[in-house]
Write a protein that binds this ligand. Sequence first.
Ligand SMILES: NC(=O)c1ccc[n+]([C@@H]2O[C@H](COP(=O)([O-])OP(=O)(O)OC[C@H]3O[C@@H](n4cnc5c(N)ncnc54)[C@H](O)[C@@H]3O)[C@@H](O)[C@H]2O)c1
Length: 262
Amino acid sequence: MLKDKVVVITGGAGRIGSAFVKSVVEQNGIAIIADVNHVAAKMIIYKITTELAPKMENVASRIMFINLDIFSKISIQEMIDLLHEKYSRIDALVNNAYPKSKNYGKKFFDIDMQDFNEFIDLHLGGYFNISQQFIRYFLKQGHGNIINISSIQGVAAPAFETYEGTDMHSPVEYTVAKHGLIGMTKYMAKMFKKDGIRVNAISPGGILADQPQRFLDQYKARCGTKGMLDARDISGALVYLISDSSHYVNGQNIIVDDGFGL
Ligand SMILES: NC(=O)c1ccc[n+]([C@@H]2O[C@H](COP(=O)([O-])OP(=O)(O)OC[C@H]3O[C@@H](n4cnc5c(N)ncnc54)[C@H](O)[C@@H]3O)[C@@H](O)[C@H]2O)c1
């Protein structure tokens, strides 16, 4: 579905990002892991090439790591220049990085305004920063595609009852940033819809990562058949939004949550 499409995935070395990278390669695209963590990225490249090599030719030529910080205009420009030189185009940007502020994760009454602002600045400001620079490039090349990874916390307040009896919770600034990201998606989609640039969002449900059993059970009670998802469960929506099958889908948010939000 993605033959030779050049797809930049920020945070591509992380849990969801690495699943995206694998899916893009499986669909014959070219996945660029744009991440600050070069050690994790190298491990992901080794793992994916080892897994896919028996099934595909030239897997290694379909994955590349670029050391990129979504806050650094220089590193973003260097990446755009490098990819343009190598491929003469960039087809899609997947905004998926997960920068965390110093005091991220505190409970509601323990958060001060600086903590709150810092997370919004990093997460929403960072996504804006890289999108702005890519859109400049997309305008010049005459087409472009951005997929913003929001969350079920971007469409509704957290289901607080699923955390009962555990130490888990969901910080308010995360909900605010993810709601804001859906707003930014619609803004950019509308602003550039005449320029061949599409901007959509995906809102994943919770992803399995060794959470306590009590939480998993409480979470699953709200869902269809699975409950918390694997990162790979989100990839179908991503592949669709990058592919030409979604050519006229613009400004939308696809929720992938096994019915959690219903
Ligand atoms: N894990 C979940 O349950 C879940 C659910 C819904 C949505 N999401 C969203 O999915 C996205 C990915 O989440 P994840 O769980 O895979 O996170 P993760 O922490 O596993 O990976 C995030 C990656 O982002 C990279 N990163 C951090 N700061 C960066 C920066 N400044 N520049 C470039 N890269 C940077 C990290 O090095 C890491 O590889 C996030 O936007 C997150 O909010 C996650």
